[in-house]
Design a protein around this ligand. Sequence first.
Ligand code: ZN
Length: 169
Amino acid sequence: MAILDIVTFPTPSLRLKSKKVSKFDAELQTLIDNMFETMRAAPGVGLAAPQIGQSIRLVVVEYKEDGDENAKPRKYVLVNPEIIKRSEEKVTDIEGCLSVPGLAGKVERHEAITVRAKNRFGKPLKIDAEGWLARIFQHEIDHLDGVLYIDRAEEVFEPTPEEAEQIKD
Ligand code: ZN
């Protein structure tokens, strides 16, 4: 496996609309494994392919729910994800991004969403997500359309070390 370089703002490729994945081949499997390794090393809880310079619709997430120290983090691979349902309820919280180092912002997101995607082998899947997981999915799926959280944030600021510690992405 390999740790890949993370592309940072304002690199123009972060602004592209990514292409759908059509081949679930060995190359894709290697890329997914490398993205997980890159995300863990960063460290982060989500990574979208445009963040490592690949303009394809692929997201990896590894996230552990709060309040359960013994729980294993859950891994998600979303290929060609689509948000097919969004809650009316929205919540505002603080986000960061590995591609926008040193900053954080207050962003409003849907509290719950349903995502339809394919897994790493091309099998269809559907996930109901709420809370932080829903936020992570919305943030990462935005990357596939060239959207960064700083576009949506009502306020962008330099977090204190304590605040930075709490930011989950
Ligand atoms: Zn991001």
